[in-house]
Design a protein around this ligand. Structure first.
Ligand code: MN3
Length: 203
């Protein structure tokens, strides 16, 4: 099949500073797997689309046949969003951004603390399921939020990281306390990976 579930880049129990093992297992092994399976099913009769990357499919979403477009938005978005989510967390994460990304954060938002506040505000402003994002939009850092599995790539933006605020991402440990989950998420954020993708996107 065209798309495959990527392996978690660390053991499921290694992000306990923010997310419990069972949540990680269900989130990756069932939720993300379902997006991949459903995306492949939607593209089963579309050999030309199967050769594209997930980023291409989302960037060109308006060219996808209308009969399957919403399935690609939901499941292709789900696949892209979660693939990014796993790599932007690390058992050795936390701390503060460095290098060019840190400079851009300071010049755009004032300081790192303000970035964190704005990501939390976006997370809490999202009613129901969705994502709070740091993206590059026309080369500039921007904080935004999207509903369901809508990807910022569909809006021509480059997501640097997103905090998944679907209840499946946090409910077992945090129940309705989304703000506590977002606060804890900074303990596992992988600034090294995010800084590298920022440098690549800017070059
Ligand atoms: Mn999720």
């Amino acid at each position: 099949m065209a798309f495959e579930l990527p392996s978690l880049p660390y053991p499921a129990d290694s992000l306990e500073k923010a997310i419990d093992k069972l949540t990680m297992e269900i989130h990756h092994g069932r939720h993300h797997k379902a997006y991949v399976d459903n995306l492949n099913a939607a593209l089963a009769d579309q050999p030309a689309l199967q050769t594209k990357t997930i980023e291409q499919l989302l960037r060109e979403i308006q060219t996808i046949p209308e009969a399957i477009r919403q399935k690609v938005i939901n499941n292709g978005g789900g696949h892209a969003n979660h693939t990014l989510f796993w790599t932007t967390m690390s058992p050795n994460g936390g701390g503060e951004p460095t290098g060019a990304l840190a400079e851009a954060i300071n010049s755009t938002f004032g300081d790192f603390a303000t970035l964190k506040t704005k990501i939390k505000e976006a997370a809490l402003a999202r009613f129901g399921s969705g994502w709070s994002w740091l993206v590059l939009s026309n080369g500039k850092l921007e904080i935004t939020h999207t509903g369901n599995q809508d990807s910022p790539i569909m809006q021509g933006k480059t997501p640097l990281f997103g905090v998944d605020v679907w209840e499946h991402a946090y409910y077992l440990r945090y129940q309705n306390k989304r703000a506590d989950y977002v606060e804890a998420w900074w303990n596992v954020v992988n600034w090294k990976e995010i800084g590298t993708s920022f440098d690549k996107a800017k070059s």
